[in-house]
Design a protein around this ligand. Sequence first.
Ligand code: ADP
Ligand code: MG
Length: 362
Amino acid sequence: MSKNKQFVRFDNVDKSYDGKILVVKGLNLDIEEGEFVTMLGPSGSGKTTCLMMLAGFETPTHGEIYLDNNVISNIPPHKRGIGMVFQNYALFPHMTVYENLAFPLRVRKIPKDEADKKIDKALSMVSLQGFEARMPMQLSGGQQQRVAVARSLVFDPKLVLMDEPLGALDKNLRESMQYEIKHIHESIGVTVVYVTHDQSEALTMSNRIAVFNDGKVQQLSSPDKLYEEPVNSFVAEFIGENNTFGGVVSDISGDTCKVKLDSGNEILANPVSVKSKGDKTTVSLRPERAIINPSDKMDNNHKGKIEEVIYHGDHTRLRVNLLGNNSFILKVPNSSSNLDIKSGKDINIGWNSKDSRALDPK
Ligand code: ADP
Ligand code: MG
């Protein structure tokens, strides 16, 4: 059977809480059955609101949401068959681990012997077999979140929503839980809609990422595309590290344009969101796309001055003054230590025009 490409579908959804300001604006988003899609964006960008509408705790002001081709606006939350893990949707503190997991099964009137099998399976997915009799307060934070994940999956939902489920955990535990959740997703193939403001979490876990800002999806792409081919300045700045140059298009033909920078220099760029001569732009270039003293012929090659050298273990970061940008960042792998890199030195910096993306002006 082929997978439903529109398993979850937001169709032109608006949301306002006060009848005036839209916190979600014209949202169109299709999620394929079995996909892991993350809503990523700064605080207040509308991510949780979208998840709440999908779960049924909030109603769209305009537009429709579909689940497996059915309009869900008239289905109450507990009948949508959706598993949930929210940071503030904690375990029942007065119930054991077993009882916490039995709860969603009892609501669905699953017979006890079948329920016990499901509970056993869900606990083994999160490596917590043997913890059935514990109370939540007898578990570490990470174990509690694993029980919450098990509880969201125990009734075999077709869709699971997770809103910042790892937000309260420390960095190491958060990272290992990211892999754990990712592997559970891969092994059981459930559809996951995940919310986070942490870009590395989103890049690690997701098939696709929807970058939110100001109530709108700025870009919906696979992690690598999002990083390599941001479609606007917001995404370029929000994901990873980014060097920018402000300027005006002075010539454009085919897949290259010339940008006259505020400093007066000209660079060659990839005309992603500029159309004609005179358009203002912010050119975006990832640090690792810029090469020191390039041996290959690169169509951008300019002299810069090293301002600062910062040792980072596996690589060295250079802050360079280049074409009027005095916080241009370069990364040099530490194996190529033959370079005489010291602050105050002049160096040549090269890159290919296709890697410097002429985007909307900041
Ligand atoms: P995110 O999850 O991306 O941080 P939210 O969806 O929580 O964003 O919030 C989006 C906007 O909606 C914010 O401006 C927030 O203050 C507002 N908001 C969220 N929940 C409510 C609510 N229950 N009542 C009124 N305003 C809300
Ligand atoms: Mg939120």
